[in-house]
Design a protein around this ligand. Structure first.
Ligand SMILES: [Zn+2]
Length: 193
């Protein structure tokens, strides 16, 4: 297994174009009108092959939590490096725990992991902008597209700890959203000064 060796970058030192899209450290409002600061420190991902081979946990690769579609800003979608908030390691750990509890493979959808602040599905801002959320659409061979299956894995995810938020089932859901809230990570070697 290859090791985790991605470079950490301070978002405030990125190009003007990237800062305008990622808005590192900027205050924003969530869907309830509460204020939070967007993440500032990111892993620089040099290519898709690198994302596919970079382990976050024994069973989750970085690529699984950064797949987005054309609703992502063009520069962020098509140019490398891609930048993913450092907290992505935390949600991966909870997904790993859920995988163990479910005793089955947990699948996160496209747009279901990290989405930048510029992503069209992020108005208002959701924990997906912090890379602390995951939309799970399948566990093993079962799709999470009805109340029974979503509730089953909701309860399993909630049992991982009080820090895990699980969005209750609403009619028509085709995935289970879990998140850890607006967690930001400052790696040990970084300065917030
Ligand atoms: Zn979600």
């Amino acid at each position: 297994m290859s090791s985790f060796d991605l470079e950490v970058v301070d978002g405030l030192k990125l190009s003007e174009e990237h800062r305008a899209l990622l808005r590192p450290g900027e205050p924003v409002e969530d869907e309830n009108g509460k204020g939070h600061h967007l993440p500032r420190f990111f892993y620089a991902v040099p290519s898709w092959p690198k994302a596919h081979e970079t382990p976050l946990t024994p069973h989750f690769k970085l690529a699984e939590l950064m797949t987005v579609d054309c609703r992502e800003a063009d520069v962020l979608l098509n140019q490398f490096p891609h930048y993913v908030p450092c907290a992505v390691l935390l949600i991966a750990r909870y997904l790993e725990d859920l995988r163990r509890e479910a005793d089955s493979v947990v699948f996160v959808g496209a747009n279901g992991g990290y989405r930048s602040a510029a992503h069209q599905r992020n108005e208002p801002k959701s924990p997906h902008c912090w890379a602390t959320a995951a939309d799970i659409y399948r566990v093993g061979t079962g799709y999470l597209n009805d109340e029974k299956s979503i509730t089953k894995y909701s309860e399993m995810a909630e049992a991982l700890g009080p820090q895990v938020f699980v969005r209750p089932y609403t009619n028509g859901d085709d995935h289970l959203h879990i998140d850890l809230g607006y967690v930001t990570v400052t790696p040990r070697d970084c300065s917030e000064a």
